[in-house]
Design a protein around this ligand. Structure first.
Ligand code: FE2
Length: 132
């Protein structure tokens, strides 16, 4: 699955899960996912770490195959974390949460916005997708 298709499918999943009036646990899912993401994207000792995937790479098959998950976690997400840490190095924003960083930056801070956002979005995807 291509990155764009994965993001589109994941976004649709998130939207469907949070917007469906038929889901009794709508509010719980939204609050639970946000809390889980906040925990996973917190910096530790001034730098961010790639969170461990909460299930096996092949757990979402046949909808998302293992190779796609490995690429998005081990390459995309790891790259966002690495570049986010590099962009924060020496910044006054080092040691802040990703939410604090993204709230404090300006329109020209593309490195922080793209990489912090990529880290946050991938963390959200891992939290809201489940083999169950
Ligand atoms: Fe990705």
């Amino acid at each position: 699955m291509k990155k764009r298709k994965f993001i589109k499918a994941s976004s649709a999943l998130v939207l469907g899960a949070t917007m469906s009036p038929m889901m009794a646990c709508k509010a719980d899912l939204k609050e639970g996912a946000a809390a889980a993401v906040s925990e996973k994207v917190m910096s530790s000792g001034g730098s961010f770490e790639l969170p461990k995937l909460p299930y096996a790479f092949d757990a979402l098959a046949p909808h998302i195959d293992a190779q796609t998950m490995e690429i998005h976690h081990g390459k995309h997400h790891a790259g966002y974390v690495r570049k986010f840490n590099a962009a924060l190095e020496g910044s006054d924003l080092a040691g802040k949460t990703v939410e604090e960083v993204l709230s404090a930056i300006g329109p020209d801070d593309t490195g922080l916005r793209n990489n912090g956002g990529g880290h946050y979005n991938h963390s959200l995807f891992w939290s809201v997708m489940s083999p169950k």
